[in-house]
Ligand binder design. Sequence first.
Ligand code: HEC
Ligand code: HEC
Length: 431
Amino acid sequence: MGPVMAKRTLLVALLIGALLMGAFAAGRDADAGWSKDEIAQLQSLWIGNQAPLPADPSNRVADDPRARALGRALFFDTRLSANGQVACATCHLPERQFQDDRARARGVGDTARRTMPLAGVAHNAWFFWDGRKDSLWSQALGPLESAVEHGIDRTRVMHLVRKHHLASYEAVFGPMPVTGPLPQRAGPQSDEAGRAAWNALPDSDRVAINTVFANVGKAIAAYERQIRFGPSRFDRYVEAVLHGREPGADARLTADERAGLKLFIGRAQCTQCHNGPLFSDSHFHNTGVPAVKDLPADAGRASAITAVLADEFNCLGRYSDAKPSQCSELRFMSKDTHQLTRAYKPPTLRNVALRPPYMHAGQYATLEEVLDHYSRAPQSPAGHSEIKPLRLSQRERRQLIAFLGTLSGPVLVAPESAPQATKLSSASGGL
Ligand code: HEC
Ligand code: HEC
């Protein structure tokens, strides 16, 4: 055997060795030792287990493609703001999972809460950190009239839609309602002059303005309904486990990631609240997250209960398209203000590693700080925290963080049944 042959034999031997080791590692992967119960838990978190988009009977245009196109135009339109510079997309950036990476959002002024990411949002029953809105369309009306977000009022919204979106509005909702001459600014959430102008309007004009305002929300909601998550490495791994297959190269979890997953569904009890394919139960929990100094007191869900019941744009209100019997979430919601003090909606954990900071007011800058919180379980500044100290070792924290990293995947905007979803890698390509 010449030196060239020997070299080649060595190479072949090395190659076979590497393949065998790969197979061995993969074999261990498949045999990660998941119990039957654990496999059922993995399946419940799997994206393949996501229920179809729930119908929204309060919004008759929720799945109308023309409403979706109008909603998309409105979502990106900075003209719908006091300074001409703020659109929904200013805080909900499509290329950043529809959030803004800030601890507290900034519109025409400073807000007291963190911008929420929007993928999968239509699967929720309640909206905002405290759930003070009971539909996606009604939610959209809040930021428009907030003095620190878009900073305009509903009469101004009607003027702007007439001016810039009349044809597409009328194609979806029919003719713009007829009113008497309207002031430039008027609304019940406006400043003193705006409120006085609103109170001076005849009832019929107020109803007309409210109808257009609600329709703007319904179109925006039709767009937002299409924002969803694509599969992550975690989902491909679970799929392989469910089929008893070796996970392929893009579906493997490291030993640390698997250990983190085991903790997540086991001893750390994270799935008590972060469950289902969105890793959120969409209910409200006090987890003892500290208050932010200098911000007004925040009672969370406890103060949202009266707000959503009194909201003229709720499911039972005259601008809703639902029958009262279709509003069971609102009619049968829990009103236990004691238990719900400083309770917030668990955010989805999909893509969580890619979007610090964390919590409803950006209290924590890193996932290390979040895991430290769950490890210590501090007392809540008000009400009672539901969590107990987990006393996680440094190693366990590292493993849980490693697992959370496996939940990163694409954010897509397209009808669920469309053959080609648009992947949001660039700023606004093909939304
Ligand atoms: C100034 C930044 C800002 C602007 C502008 C803004 N948002 Fe938000 N958005 C936020 C913040 C902050 C929250 C959480 C607020 C809270 O809980 O009080 C939020 C929450 C939401 C939620 C709730 C998500 C969930 O899971 O419950 C939706 C949906 C949403 N915004 C859509 C919109 C739409 C539609 C618009 C435009 C009409 C808009 N936002 C404009 C910052 C903004
Ligand atoms: C009792 C319910 C509950 C349990 C148990 C729970 N969480 Fe949470 N989680 C929440 C709520 C509620 C929030 C939002 C709290 C807030 O903003 O004040 C949250 C926020 C988070 C966030 C921040 C996400 C973001 O976008 O801000 C992460 C990460 C997280 N939880 C991970 C975990 C992990 C890991 C575990 C297990 C160790 C766990 N959670 C256990 C309810 C829970």
